[in-house]
Design a protein. Structure first.
Length: 103
């Protein structure tokens, strides 16, 4: 898994992820998200999942952490361009704070 962290014009933090979004690759991105939360400088999180092939429960727990932060800011967690497989896995988790967007 590779990822890029981008700060958007509205002070949102976007993570663009490529590859399998699984427990084996979460340490670095988790540390960055925890820093973003601790500093409270990001308005909300956005994840671009266009190039994600698979997501596991550890990655879903990371999305839950980001979703709770967004909820505290009155926002949904935006997941952009999820593949059908990834969307099915996330939908099975029944996360009510998710909003899907496609470019």
């Amino acid at each position: 898994m590779k990822y890029n962290r981008n700060v958007l014009p509205n002070n949102a933090t976007e993570y663009v992820i490529e590859g399998d979004f699984t427990i084996f690759f979460l340490n670095n991105i988790k540390v960055e998200i925890e820093k973003d939360i601790a500093t409270n400088k990001t308005s909300h999180f956005v994840f671009d999942l266009k190039k994600v092939n698979y997501i596991d429960s550890a990655a879903i727990s990371l999305l839950i952490m980001a979703g709770k932060y967004n909820d505290s800011k009155g926002r949904k967690l935006i997941l952009k361009n999820p593949t059908d497989v990834v969307k099915r896995i996330i939908d099975n988790a029944e996360l009510s704070f998710i909003e899907y967007q496609n470019d």
